[in-house]
Design a binder for this molecule. Structure first.
Ligand code: SF4
Length: 703
């Protein structure tokens, strides 16, 4: 391959939020080969199985959408049309609905896979010109609980630490996450650090024994949904032993007294019983944290995807705050972003309740500032519909049109059969997609073919605030266009000014200007600097020694009004759907090592499909024996919302009373019985509106 190689470009892996750097070698025929970038500060040349096989998904064009398609009514077949025909009709339909029913009758549902420039123009179009905040993304299913908790505790949605803190920490508290499988390259760094420094303590909290437990000094195999009780009990033990940072909690934080009163409400013995772990182990976790010079808490969907997701996040961040482990080397809360650019989306305000550059929708000054900058319509103060609310609104008829881009909601949404019924009732559906696989295409009135990774240029931000520049390396197939180009063409068809950007650099430059004097200021970080450096961590100060910002809050001044961090005394109640006589098991969902989300990319790669080729249900041997289920038997799992039918995988690695089914599989040849979201609950956290994918009641029987 090296002989045929004609050029090499840099880019960033488009799967998880770790943000590994890659070298993309393109040969004469336009095929690419991926290699880890040894110069990249995140992965230093390493790639996980998904990243290593990325070129297969890029080179295989067999499932690509190649030209716009349209139909005038739902009974007609799709027909090939020109870009102008597709966008003229879409603009006409959107205008009709907006004039007749108001701007809230239309919505955009986008993705944490979008590039920042794409997010920016969709957000600008919807909030600044159409006049509705109905723009939400699948980040709502992923990081919104962490976003809300960061804002409540630190004053802004901001990750204080950097990956280089890993090598400076001597205690890690990993909860609601399986980074060994889901953020592998970051975890390789933790493993290497532990191997070089065996005294480093790793505490893993998970109802399942995962590969992450492989290097754990302590695995707290808690009952699902008891995270807050556990975090409070550890907090109580730290207070009892005098292991808190009194100077920090008195001078730089508020709320400690109320927190202390809250955690002392439950005895240690009661907390241990409730969580299903020993009191000695809870005290040991507290001791490991107390003895650490550098303490990092690490989490992802296990805390976020919950009806109490924000409270779970806050109870964890509290452990960093009461011990003063924030704003110093090797210390702080590190939320692991699920998607590659969930953070970039947050920077431009790409959720229904946000404004660009971490401005607040409920702040009239912020709304006015953004409106003046964009020069469009007055920004609506009412938060828009969130991901699940959009589908509820389609179902009840209040939302008429939805534009879905870069996401596969009919596999990924909770209670997905309801979402499917809603899409069937929608008056007008636009699907902007790379692949011909997503199930939402069957409901589309207009299909718009989009360019994929490596076929367009732009930026993304990873879990440590690191902005990466991604090169355009190959041409998109057929008539596919970059997402930002499609949105700008549509905005111009709608008659809006301010969407005639020359290229993605011009979009980025406008976004960067809008960050001026905010806490994420990148106003002096140009495309040229990004191209030269490859990556930079925000905020960016041109003349500072490090130029980017590796660590936040080193001055202990937070972004709250009082400049102090807030310790929130959250209740530990679990509000998820509880098991009962009819549905006695708890269902939890999650990822497997070699698949990404709904498999539209990784599912194309034979090597990746070999790891775990089919969906399955993990169940404890004692539960399996009671139900007469043997390993490999087909089982029927039912909840109040639907059913699935998958093979049993009997394992001592899961707690009794709990079953696990992977999130990835959708409909296969019209059969939806592998799709775990037939079962999941669409209950959401009241603050973050993030759904509860990790806890619902199910029944299990042998087929
Ligand atoms: Fe890609 Fe994440 Fe794997 Fe890195 S760890 S190669 S970003 S999937």
């Amino acid at each position: 391959v090296k002989k045929q190689q004609i050029n090499t470009s840099t880019s960033t892996c488009c799967y998880c939020g770790v943000g590994c750097g890659v070298l993309v070698h393109k040969d004469k025929s336009g095929n690419v080969l991926i290699e880890g970038n040894k110069e990249h500060p995140v992965n230093k040349g390493m790639l996980c199985s998904k990243g290593l096989n990325l070129h297969y998904t890029v080179n295989d064009k067999s499932d690509r959408l190649l030209y716009p398609q349209m139909r005038y009514n739902k009974n007609m077949p799709m027909q090939r049309v020109s870009w102008d025909e597709a966008l003229d009709r879409t603009a006409a339909v959107f205008k009709t609905f907006i004039n007749k029913y108001g701007p809230d009758s239309v919505a955009f549902y986008a993705s944490g896979q979008c590039l920042t420039e794409e997010y920016y123009v969709i957000n600008k179009l919807m909030k600044g010109f159409i006049g509705s905040n109905n723009i939400d993304t699948n980040s709502r299913l992923c990081m919104s609980s962490a976003v809300a908790a960061y804002k409540m505790a630190l004053g802004e949605d901001t990750v204080p630490v950097c990956y280089d803190d890993i090598e400076l920490a001597d205690c890690f508290y990993v909860t609601g996450a399986n980074p060994a499988w889901c953020h592998p390259i970051l975890w390789r760094r933790v493993e290497a650090h532990k191997a070089a420094n065996p005294k480093t303590k790793i505490i893993v909290v998970d109802p399942r024994v995962t590969d992450t437990c492989g290097i754990a000094d302590l695995h707290l195999q808690i009952n699902p949904g008891t995270d807050i009780t556990l975090n409070h009990a550890i907090g109580r033990a730290l207070i009892e032993n005098g292991d808190i940072d009194l100077d920090f909690v008195t001078r730089h934080a508020e709320g400690f007294e109320q927190y202390s009163a809250m955690v002392f409400k439950r005895s240690m013995a009661d907390a241990a019983r409730h969580c299903g772990v020993s009191e000695a182990d809870i005290r040991l976790a507290a001791r490991y944290i107390a003895e650490a010079k550098g303490f990092i808490s690490m989490w992802t969907m296990g805390l976020n995807q919950s009806s109490t997701g924000v409270n779970k996040n806050l109870s964890l961040i509290n452990l960093n705050l009461i011990t003063g482990h924030i704003g110093k080397p090797g210390s702080g809360p590190l939320s692991l972003t699920g998607q590659p650019n969930a953070m970039g989306g947050r920077e431009v305000g790409g959720l229904a309740n946000l404004l660009p550059a971490h401005r607040n929708l409920d702040n009239p000054l912020h709304r006015e500032e953004v409106q003046k900058f964009w020069g469009g319509s007055v920004i609506n103060p009412k938060p828009g519909l969130t991901a699940t609310e959009m589908f509820e609104a389609l179902e009840n008829g209040s939302l008429k049109a939805i534009w879905i881009l870069c996401t596969n909601p009919l596999t990924s949404l909770p209670n997905v059969r309801l979402a499917e019924a809603a899409l069937k009732k929608a008056k007008f559906v636009v699907v902007q997609e790379v692949s011909n696989k997503p199930e939402s295409l069957a409901f589309a009135d207009v299909i718009l073919p989009a360019a994929a990774w490596a076929e367009k240029e732009g930026t993304m931000t990873n879990s440590e605030r690191r902005i990466s520049y991604l090169n355009k390396i190959i041409e998109p197939p057929g008539e596919a266009l970059p997402d930002a180009e499609i949105i700008c063409r549509f905005a111009r068809k709608m008659g809006y000014k301010g969407f005639d950007f020359e290229d993605p650099a011009a979009i980025y430059a406008e976004h960067a200007r809008l960050t001026t004097k905010t806490n994420i200021d990148i106003s002096s970080l140009t495309y040229e600097i990004l191209k030269e450096k490859g990556t930079v961590q925000w905020p960016y100060k041109k003349k500072s020694a490090e130029e980017g910002t590796i660590r936040l809050f080193t001055d202990k001044r937070f972004y709250t009004l009082s400049k102090r961090a807030i310790i929130h005394p959250v209740p530990d109640a679990n509000t998820s759907e509880q098991p009962d006589g009819d549905f006695p098991f708890i269902l939890t969902t999650g990822r497997i090592r070699d698949q990404w989300h709904t498999m539209s990319k990784t599912g194309k790669v034979n090597k990746l499909n070999q790891h775990l080729p089919q969906s399955f249900m993990e169940i404890h041997p004692d539960d399996a024996s009671t139900l007469g289920i043997n390993d490999g038997d087909i089982t029927v799992i039912t909840s109040r919302r639907g059913k699935v039918q998958v093979k049993a995988k009997i394992s001592t690695q899961i707690k009794q009373g709990v079953v696990f089914v992977p999130m990835h599989w959708g409909k296969i040849l019209g059969n939806d019985l592998n799709r775990v979201n037939n079962l999941t609950s669409d209950q959401v956290d009241p603050i973050s509106k993030e759904p509860d994918f990790k806890f619902c009641a199910v029944n299990v029987v042998k087929f």
